[in-house]
Design a protein around this ligand. Sequence first.
Ligand code: ZN
Length: 194
Amino acid sequence: MPEPAESVLATRSVTNSDAAGLLFKALAFASEKHRNQRRKDADASPYINHPIALANVLANEAGVNDTDVLCAAILHDTVEDTETSYDELVATFGLKIADIVMEVTDDKSLHWTERKEAQVNHAPHISREAKLVKLADKICNLRDMLACPPANWKIERRVAYFHWAARVVEGMRGTNASMETIFDALFSQHEGMT
Ligand code: ZN
């Protein structure tokens, strides 16, 4: 039956091009916002590598193909770490994506330790979409911590970071089995850190 097959294909290609358009819009937006920022690792990698790594984990390791989640991953640090407002995200990407980003944005009026504790307390109550972004964020952060840790972080601080990340992830169990397995494997490597 060639006709139905063709129509399915046509529909799919339209959807794909919309998704690609939105993803590239998010990439262009985030790379512009983060253009002058660097990561804390010894090589001071370009900041944008981090949001791209999250989207890559979601799409290629966690089997997540929800464009809203992938865009929110690319944009997840724009409000927290750049001069981006919620209204700007709503105007550019719509309510759904903007709201996911806000759910994974720390309240910067809190001190560092309070912010970290707030993440542990909030993680179980955020949406499934926000949990997916947060799981990918924790995976990418542990990978960076193992491969290229912040230059001035002593071993104790890095170990403490692993334990804190595990507490955040504990509150999001049952969201995505692949990412939870990947996280657990990364967590277990903290014992070999030097
Ligand atoms: Zn992040």
